[in-house]
Write a protein that binds this ligand. Structure first.
Ligand code: S3P
Length: 173
């Protein structure tokens, strides 16, 4: 498959797990953007938020995204807030096909229990986080492809992504 794949979606939806599976299956290089940011800054994500603030994190996020090479075969898993900046959309579209991994709120509530590494999850899946999830839906839905993940294993989600992209490629030929 020619396309680079950029996975977007809310925290806890499984972007990193699915991304790794996809990269193994397709023989693409896997890039976890949050890990790239941590390496570039030399701090963990919570440390960046607490020491430098969210804006500094967002600048770093755009910077790391802009440094990815569209010529390489990539599967990129992004942080849940990447969709907030218009500039990031230009960069993601330049890189490849943007795939939104969607999960219902009830599914995410269960997956967000263990979120000690997520500075935006202060009190588990509370009302504030639910509002953020709702607020972001219209942005996530601007993706090229939307995949529903509820009730699916990471492998089933990866298989679905591949079949959807194959379908798009076939229709473009
Ligand atoms: C964020 C999601 C996190 C991380 C940061 C901010 C967000 O990534 O980038 O804590 O704004 O939704 P995950 O979606 O991988 O948890």
């Amino acid at each position: 498959m020619e396309n680079n794949i950029i996975l977007i979606g809310f925290m806890g939806v499984g972007k990193s797990t699915v991304g790794l599976l996809l990269s193994q299956q397709l023989g693409n290089m896997f890039v976890d953007l949050d890990s790239e940011i941590e390496q570039a800054v030399g701090l963990t994500i919570p440390q960046i938020f607490y020491n430098n603030g969210e804006q500094a994190f967002r600048n770093q996020e755009t910077d790391c995204l802009s440094q990815l090479n569209p010529q390489m075969k990539l599967v990129v898993s992004t942080g849940g807030g990447i969709i907030q900046r218009k500039e990031n959309w230009h960069l993601m579209h330049k890189l490849g096909t943007v795939v939104y991994l969607h999960a219902d709120w009830d599914t995410l509530v269960e997956r967000l229990v263990d979120s000690s590494n997520r500075p935006l999850v202060e009190n588990g899946a509370d009302d504030k986080l639910h509002s953020l999830w709702l607020q972001r839906q219209s942005l996530y839905n601007q993706a090229d492809v939307v995949i529903k993940t509820d009730g699916k294993s990471p492998q089933q989600v990866a298989d679905k992504v591949i079949s959807m992209l194959e379908c798009i490629n076939d229709n473009m030929e």
